[in-house]
Design a protein around this ligand. Structure first.
Ligand SMILES: [Zn+2]
Ligand SMILES: [Zn+2]
Length: 319
């Protein structure tokens, strides 16, 4: 099907290589010659053995050997630190015209050659970049825009972060989006729109007292679904965030001194429809015993060990 087969460059991403092959062979998208599930698996790094075989029939030189290293997990949210959406250095694109594999890794925030921040969205129209051959020209992939992609600066404090800290910032950004988070979502890989600004939002929550105070006030406000509950449950999202941070951040101290000065009683006279936490959170952060849980969920009695991530609605216990 493909008549021109240039080789994959040593540090080129597989998705980027297939975009390049598409262009060289006169196609406008890899979907013109690859089936949808295979292409999506390539962009999401979830390619199966069968799909790998199918790909090597079509493109014998394609390298898709990147394996997930589960031993070095950095985030509680996802095992794979590679994004499913493209991130690029616009200067490299102008110079070399291919997409590097390392740009997909969120541990890399800047281009090591040019020092600029990697971009995942267009400065002009704000749209997220998608896997399109337009990337190879350094052009916005929104066909109504087509402006040259430009890198916007990130602060030096952020560009110096290491992977564990970057993952902490992404975790914190979840609580900016939804302060009433009581269960952490589990993904395969980071899937964030406008990565750099999400990172900055999370960083600000972890490091700036006024951003932390804003979140704490939202949790204390009458508009909070947990307003009727005692402080222990009202501020549980903060405890959840802090428990799962890899590194030490100013927010941990702010929260610790808040807990010391607040009466964190666990008695409450109010009613709440639902309050879902994992078994892990219930026992470790909220001090709920296995016996208390079994009273509400008799089916747990037959389990030797309750899975740490099992979700439990503890409204009946805390109301
Ligand atoms: Zn570059
Ligand atoms: Zn644009």
């Amino acid at each position: 099907m493909l008549s021109v087969l240039p080789k994959q460059i040593a540090d080129e991403s597989l998705a980027g290589y297939l975009l390049r092959l598409s262009l060289r062979n006169g196609f406008t998208s890899p979907l013109d010659w690859l089936d949808k599930p295979l292409w999506y698996a390539i962009t999401k790094n979830t390619i199966s053995k069968k799909q790998r075989e199918r790909l090597s029939e079509l493109v014998p030189s394609a390298k898709s050997t990147r394996r997930l290293n589960l031993a070095s997990r950095h985030s509680v949210l996802f095992p794979d630190c590679h994004t499913d959406m493209p991130r690029i250095c616009p200067f490299c694109m102008k110079g070399t015209g291919y997409l590097k594999e390392k740009w997909r890794n969120i541990g890399n925030l800047t281009c090591e050659r040019h020092g600029c921040a990697l971009c995942d969205s267009c400065q002009e129209c704000g749209e997220q970049l998608i896997w399109s051959p337009l990337l190879l020209e350094g052009t916005c992939t929104n066909e109504l825009c087509l402006c040259p992609i430009q890198s916007s600066p990130i602060s030096s404090q952020i560009s110096e972060l290491f992977i564990d800290e970057i993952c902490d910032c992404l975790l914190a950004s979840l609580f900016i989006k939804n302060p009433y988070t009581t269960i952490l979502p589990i993904y395969h890989h980071p899937s964030v729109c406008n990565f750099n600004s999400t990172l900055e939002q999370g960083f600000n929550l972890l490091t700036r007292n006024e951003v932390y105070e804003q979140l704490r006030e939202r949790l204390a406000a009458p508009t909070s679904p947990f307003y009727q509950l005692s402080a222990k449950y009202r501020f549980f999202p903060l405890a959840l965030l802090i428990k799962h941070l890899n590194s030490a951040w100013p927010i941990s101290n702010c929260y610790a001194s808040f807990v010391q000065t607040t009466q964190v009683s666990s008695t409450s006279n109010s009613c709440i429809e639902s309050f879902i936490v994992t078994f892990d959170s219930a026992s470790e952060l909220l001090g709920i015993t296995r016996e208390q849980l079994i009273q509400i969920f008799p089916e747990l009695i037959t389990k030797k060990a309750i899975p740490r991530n099992q979700q439990l609605d503890i409204a009946a216990i805390i109301s």
